[in-house]
Design a protein around this ligand. Structure first.
Ligand code: ADP
Ligand code: ZN
Length: 517
């Protein structure tokens, strides 16, 4: 049977999507694979199909027990023998499962990572007595400190490859930036892995960000044309999901709150009503959405700023799975950034805190971006993109501009004089000739010191962001990001290229949240 025949037979789908077929062929050839695919892209098939085609057992590592049960149920419905092992099972159930495994009656076994090496490795010793054909690691980004959802229990998976030397491993995730991806490959000890990255671009989603002033009024204006549509509104706190849902109801909308503190029965009912279009709006914390597959969500609103780009992208990605035009709207305020900064700083692990702050900084940068938002998001996930997508607020707005060539020259030469070793705040203080003792004595001697005193600090910060957006400057990828010149800078410095800057102040100003050097 070919993979596509098996797809039709076991899953009832007529064709593969994204890189599914290539991934499956690699796995069938016993090669290690890392697959990055957006949420809803169809990662599960990439190991479920090989599992039914290969002789023996496929072990699936998955972090969430609730999702495990759903997956196992739907496999069983398709006639594929699958089971999960978790602490909620009785001894009797476990004995029955062990027998089935011994008799080769199970094709897929789902496990939480912490189970694998528990009980002094009893389970792993048992699994090694079976014919294991494949190991799948779902949500593989959980193994990396650099990821947004690090789970220490995933670190144990580093030993998996050593225990099952010749068994292929497929690692899957919907979210990994550059560092996380590298970390996954290293930590899992994958052998000469094939890496598949499906495009993360969601062409049917329009991205919008607006400064938050009166968020309820802004929200009503946004919802005005969407009374018949389904949408998700994300809030930071449980309390605000409840009060906002109540306010929306009072304003005549069909809305319910959803957060992890609610009774399971209420959560299930709300989710069900939303899936059936009986409730139009879910006002939720980020607890809502995992594993929910509703295709006609027309918009996702963040009334509070998300903690990181990964989370934001997953949450907005819940809109428009049916491919129809959909909107992402984010209301941003410096106050939110400060609140999130406090949360990040109280993490008990200083390294973890630093990573969270860096991710928060990237999120702030996205909110303040003066360039195509889609391009920023795709580049964040290491994917190239054109600089005009025609479907984000930046690309759809016409800005009033002026000849900012002189301003650009001042900014670029300041970065040059400072040897490309300082962040935006320092560069601005330097340009404005700040008396601040933070400006080093040696820099006060430089020719460009103080040549921009006539422009306010906020305007300078905005110009630097615009120049970055246009590619005349770049922000380094370090924990303490610094401004650097680019290949495009020279033409401006030499007076060969004119630069247009935006006239009116359209974006609220805010300092980066991490200290800059
Ligand atoms: P992910 O884990 O990447 O978020 P899933 O594996 O849950 O995504 O797949 C998302 C949905 O797409 C599921 O309903 C799945 O059955 C469906 N799907 C997966 N592959 C295909 C395909 N080739 N054709 C049609 N539907 C598919
Ligand atoms: Zn754009």
């Amino acid at each position: 049977m070919t993979p596509v025949q098996a797809l039709q037979k076991y899953f009832g789908y007529s064709a593969f999507r994204h890189d599914q077929e290539a991934i499956i062929r690699h796995v069938l050839n016993k090669k290690d694979v890392l697959a990055l695919m957006p949420t809803g892209g169809g990662k599960s098939i990439c190991y479920q199909l090989p599992a039914v085609m290969l002789e023996g057992l496929t072990i699936v590592i998955s972090p969430l027990i609730a999702l495990m049960k759903d997956q196992v149920d739907s496999l069983n419905v398709n006639g594929i023998p699958a089971a999960f092992l978790n602490s909620s099972q009785s001894t009797d159930e476990q004995i029955k499962l062990t027998t089935q495994l011994r008799n080769n009656q199970i094709k897929l076994l789902y496990l939480a990572p912490e189970r694998l090496f528990a009980n002094e490795g009893k389970l792993i010793t048992f699994l090694k007595t079976l014919t294991v054909s494949l190991i799948a690691i779902d949500e593989a980004h959980c193994i990396s400190h650099w990821g947004h959802d690090f789970r220490p229990e995933y670190l144990a998976l580093a030993n998996l490859k050593l225990e099952f030397l010749s068994i292929p491993v497929i690692a899957l995730t919907a979210t990994a930036d550059k560092l996380t991806k590298k970390d996954i490959l290293e930590k899992l000890n994958l052998k000469d892995p094939a890496i598949f990255i499906s495009s993360f671009n969601r062409a049917n989603i329009t991205y919008n960000v607006a400064p938050k002033k009166n968020s309820f009024k802004q929200l009503l204006a946004f919802l005005d044309s969407k009374k018949e549509d389904s949408g998700i509104i994300y809030c930071l706190s449980r309390k605000s999901t409840e009060s906002l849902a109540a306010d929306l109801k009072e304003a005549g909308f069909s809305a319910e709150a959803y957060h992890a503190g609610l009774d399971n029965s209420i959560k299930a009912r709300t989710q069900e009503a939303f899936l059936r279009d009986e409730v139009k709006i879910i006002v939720a914390t980020i607890a809502f959405g995992m594993g929910i597959n509703k295709s006609n969500v027309r918009y996702v609103v963040h009334v509070d700023m998300p903690k990181n780009i990964e989370g934001y992208y997953q949450e907005t990605g819940r809109a428009g799975r049916d491919g129809l035009p959909s909107e992402a709207m984010l209301f941003y305020s410096p106050g939110d950034a400060n609140k999130l900064k406090q949360f990040a700083m109280v993490e008990d692990n200083p390294d973890q805190s630093r990573i969270m702050l860096k991710k928060l900084d990237d999120m702030v940068r996205y909110c303040q971006l003066h360039a195509c938002r889609r391009q920023f998001l795709l580049r964040y996930f290491d994917e190239d993109a054109a600089n005009n997508c025609n479907s984000c607020d930046f690309c759809l707005t016409e800005f009033e501009t002026f000849d900012g060539t002189l301003i650009a020259q001042k900014a670029l030469s300041a970065v040059f004089r400072l040897k490309e070793r300082f962040g935006a705040t320092y560069v601005v203080d330097f340009l404005r000739g700040s008396k601040n003792e933070k400006i080093r004595a040696e820099h006060k001697e430089l020719k460009t010191y103080g040549i921009g005193a006539d422009i306010s600090k906020n305007d300078w910060l905005r110009y630097l962001r615009e120049l970055t957006g246009m590619g005349y400057l770049q922000v380094s990828d370090d924990a303490y990001p610094v401004l650097r010149l680019t290949a495009k800078s020279e033409a401006v410095l030499k007076g060969l290229e004119k630069v247009e800057l935006v006239k009116s102040q359209i974006i609220e100003e805010h300092q980066p949240v991490t200290e800059e050097i």
